[in-house]
Design a protein around this ligand. Structure first.
Ligand code: PMP
Length: 423
């Protein structure tokens, strides 16, 4: 069966769609934190379909909500009234601090960041946008320019008016974990590469695709000040960091003690149902006056029902608290693993959004890209699926469904230990 699927993929799907493993996994079923292949073999999913299955694969409450809504009304568009989008919008903005009280639903993270760029430019009247090196904000025509990672760069015009600033990476950055020191670079870039005015600044508080790089503490507060003084607004990309996954806070930006002007959401917001959102203040939202924008599927009744059910599950099952407990345990065990295996250069992250960076030499921090791939394949053979990322493909990303247990965490670390010992 896997061979048949592979043959069809090769023949009918665009080759851009790469596969993760050399020996492929053909997934036929998902149950909470587990995936099953065609032979019934169970895999522990520590990557959640790229940080998307927040509640768990086919979580019964989300499935019920989707089925109920699918039977009642699948689609209407926003040109008619329907209660699903209105009820969900109310519940979602209730989770936001400050004046972040108006939402526009779209279908993907790229679309959400596209819209945030547009709003920033319309609202401020400025053009230039700042983003961090090593960022990933999408691959639409506009967001491709925000993304700063050679893997995703193309020989096409992109990134008009986008400038990348120094990445406050505690492990590799020139100022280590002192976030305030990196802020000067934002001033330098505004002074050297823009008319002195900017439209906006984008950041993920823990860079996802970039390899679970947690921005150095103390970075965002001074940067938000600098950006606002230069006429810009601040955008937090919470596509991976939101909904309590960090354990300590519901939103990633709260870990840096700031309140952004726009928040973009995708991935985990729908537990696998295509859904994304741009949340902002009534004042900024009003730049898209009547008829200035439209989205056919955004906030579709079925997607709204799914998103609403996700919020209910995360609250009812106290997933934020759970992420903190399991994440702390994982971090402790991973730090112990780092003591044992020299190849582990860095262990980082918060809650259930963790990264393990592999290096062939701890002093030079030379990326151990080949070994990362070997281990990655070995984890899978032992029944564990993790993510990989980072500029040099040498970071394991641990971002499981939020129902991941302490026992799952132990199994994951045991598998890593076993594979690293055999390397
Ligand atoms: N922002 C972040 C932080 C992401 O990780 C991603 C996807 N990896 C995106 C935006 C783009 O999302 P999508 O693939 O849904 O367009």
């Amino acid at each position: 069966l896997a061979d048949e699927v592979l043959a069809k993929r090769k023949k009918f799907l665009n080759p851009a769609l790469f596969l993760y493993y050399k020996k492929h996994v053909n997934i036929v079923e998902g149950k909470m934190q587990y995936l099953f292949d065609e032979s019934g073999r169970r895999y522990l999913d520590a990557f959640a379909g790229i940080v998307t299955v927040s509640c768990g694969h086919c979580h019964p409450h989300v499935v019920d909500a989707v089925v109920r809504q699918t039977k009642l009304l699948q689609h209407a568009t926003t040109i008619y009234l329907h209660h699903a989008i209105a009820d969900y919008a109310e519940a979602l903005v209730a989770k936001m601090p400050g004046n972040l009280k108006v939402v526009y639903f779209v279908n993907s993270g790229s679309e959400a960041n596209d819209m945030a760029m547009l709003m920033a430019r319309l609202y401020t009247g400025n053009y230039d946008i700042l983003a961090l090196r090593n960022a990933y904000h999408g691959l639409s025509a506009a967001t491709m320019g925000l993304t700063a990672h050679s893997t995703w760069k193309h020989n096409v015009p992109q990134g008009f008016g986008v400038h990348h600033v120094l990445n406050p990476n505690p492990y590799r950055g020139p100022f280590g974990a002192d976030g305030t020191k990196y802020a000067d670079d934002v001033t330098n870039v505004i002074e050297s590469s823009t008319p002195g005015k900017v439209a906006g600044f984008f950041a993920e508080t823990i860079q996802g695709v970039g390899g679970a790089v947690e921005l150095a503490p103390g970075y965002l507060a001074p940067v938000y000040d600098i950006v606002r003084k230069a006429g810009g607004i601040c955008i937090s990309d919470e596509v991976q960091t939101g909904f309590g996954r960090t354990g300590t806070h519901y939103w990633g930006f709260e870990t840096q003690g700031v309140v952004p002007d726009i928040v973009t959401l995708a991935k985990g917001i729908g537990n696998g149902v295509p859904l994304a959102a741009v949340v902002t203040t009534p004042e900024i939202a009003s730049v898209l006056a009547r008829c200035l924008h439209f989205n056919t599927f955004g906030g579709n009744p079925v997607c709204s029902a799914a998103g609403h059910a996700v919020l209910e599950v995360l609250d009812k099952e106290e997933r934020q608290k759970h992420c903190a407990v399991v994440g702390d345990h994982l971090l402790k065990r991973l730090h112990a693993l780092q003591e044992k295996h020299d190849i582990i250069g860095d262990v980082r992250g918060k809650g259930l959004i963790l990264g393990i960076e592999l290096v062939s030499d701890r002093t030079t921090k030379t990326p151990a890209t080949v070994e990362t791939l070997q281990l990655f394949e070995s984890f899978k053979d032992l029944g564990v699926l993790v993510g990989k990322g980072g500029l040099h493909g040498n970071v394991f990303r641990i971002k499981p469904p939020m129902c991941f247990t302490l026992e799952d965490a132990d199994f994951l670390v045991d598998v890593m230990d076993h594979s690293m010992s055999k390397l």
